[in-house]
Design a protein around this ligand. Structure first.
Ligand code: DLL
Length: 431
């Protein structure tokens, strides 16, 4: 088994807890002394650095949310003089102000190392050619995997997103072996490769896909089409970027880089910490960063943490795939609907993961439509055949969701492809 930093990835629980406690105590002191915003939050909660003696005291600290980051924009949470920071990255941004994260060179080094761990866990080494099709720029995907690939010593192709023809040309010409991009872009590239009959000219062996939710069914579909192993990678700009956690060959969840980020699962309504094995909102505390070390940051991502022994030998706690977000969960006619449930139905029924959920409100009643792309093989001119296929999908969705969407099958390749994160939900309701 190969590891990038075995002393951390395979540390005993006792050693890891000791290291986490030491780093937590130091970080809490650092932010209390250097960030007025934190000092105020901690004072309001009646907690001071001396109260935090080990990771058992973690839950004494206040939570931090995205709205704190917006309030403190741009420099309010910076924990060092600006002169010590060397980089910013920013979230893709949905509403309101963008979130800006700062890095010192040390912070970039540890981020790169986290991504290097992911690449090595996916079978990467200095002999690999790593093709990075995540966006470069403010988005963390490109810079993160790029840095990780450099640390491993692999030949790095900084492709960024877009220009599919050029992507495929480089992938073939340079014999790329590891592809890094969003799962939806991987599925799109796979479609193109098959359509152009290029399967034999592609040397890929693994993919490192993340930045958006995807299902086990989608994993199998991409693996079969590209003849690769597809690994999940998770992260968020606020905490550093990709590589907060990464999958190993067991492919049963992502190991969290616990020597840098302590994960907790909380009840999103009460804020209570939940035991391992329970689904809830993921919260992270950064314990090794200098410029932007967020404490107890609420990600709004829902998942489960488990500490079962892993066959890869890593002892790092594992998080499940992200099953949804506390805020992208759709509530349609009072029913909670996650896009991942719809995706699972589609993949099980043999449809590609090219779909869009359109929600609107007409006469105070929610409308709910799922547009699904047919593959060229499924495509039919016969209305009756299409209606029958729509009927079958509708029945499966009703069974899965407990609510009936309008299911519309649309022509192959008619849903706009995204080069970054796929746009799955169009919510037109003005509530
Ligand atoms: O998406 C960082 C990243 C880049 C991760 C490349 C993996 C690969 P943000 O743009 O700040 O950062 O978005 C973070 O994306 O809170 C999750 O909701 C979602 N997300 C990220 N990775 C996954 C994943 C990057 N593997 C937000 N599965 C997070 C599901 C993911 N959701």
């Amino acid at each position: 088994m190969n590891y990038y930093q075995p002393e951390m990835e395979c540390a005993s629980r006792e050693n890891m807890r000791a290291l986490q406690s030491e780093r937590l105590v130091k970080t809490v002191k650092h932010v209390y002394e250097n960030v007025a915003y934190y000092r105020k939050l901690m004072d309001e909660k009646g907690v001071e650095p001396g109260d935090i003696k080990s990771i058992d005291d973690l839950n004494k600290l206040p939570f931090l949310t995205k709205s704190d980051l917006r309030d403190a924009y741009p420099y309010g949470l910076l924990a060092l003089p600006l002169a010590d920071a060397v980089r910013i990255q920013s979230t893709s941004g949905t509403t309101g102000r963008r979130v800006v994260a700062f890095y010192t060179q040390h912070d970039i080094d540890i981020w790169d190392e986290c991504c290097a761990r992911a690449i090595v866990a996916a079978g990467g080494s200095k002999n690999d050619v790593v093709h990075v099709s995540y966006g470069y720029g403010l988005f963390t995907g490109g810079p993160g995997l790029n840095g990780g690939s450099h640390k491993v010593g692999s030949l790095t192709l900084p492709m960024s997103s877009g220009n599919t023809e050029r992507q495929l040309q480089f992938m073939m010409d340079l014999d790329a072996t590891i592809l890094c991009c969003t799962p939806s872009y991987a599925a799109f590239l796979a479609e193109n490769i098959i359509q152009q009959g290029l399967q034999d000219k592609i040397s890929l062996k693994a993919g490192i896909f993340g930045a958006e939710a995807w299902s086990e069914e989608m994993r199998h579909d991409i693996e079969n089409k590209l003849n690769i192993k597809a690994y999940d990678i998770y992260g968020l700009t606020e905490i550093s970027g990709p590589g907060v956690s990464f999958e190993c060959t067991e492919q049963t969840g992502m190991h969290v880089n616990e020597d840098h980020f302590i994960p907790e699962i909380i009840d999103p309504d009460t804020g209570d910490v939940l035991p391992d094995g329970t689904q809830g909102e993921l919260v992270f505390t950064c314990i090794s960063k200098e410029a932007f070390p967020l404490l107890r940051y609420r990600t709004r991502d829902l998942c489960v943490l488990t500490r079962d022994e892993c066959s890869c030998g890593r002892t790092l706690v594992k998080m499940s795939r992200i099953t949804g977000r506390t805020d992208d969960m759709l509530i349609i006619r009072g029913v909670n609907v996650f896009p991942s449930q719809i995706e699972a139905v589609l993949m099980n029924a043999g449809y590609p993961a090219n779909y869009q959920i359109i929600v609107d409100r007409v006469n105070y009643t929610d409308t709910f439509e799922v547009q699904v792309e047919m593959t060229p093989e499924m495509f039919s001119d016969t209305v009756k055949e299409v209606e029958a296929m729509e009927g079958e999908l509708l029945a499966s969705m009703r069974a899965m969701l407990g609510i009936s969407p309008k299911v519309t099958l649309v022509a192959p390749r008619s849903i706009t492809r995204s080069e970054g994160k796929a746009v799955r939900v169009i919510d037109k309701r003005k509530i």
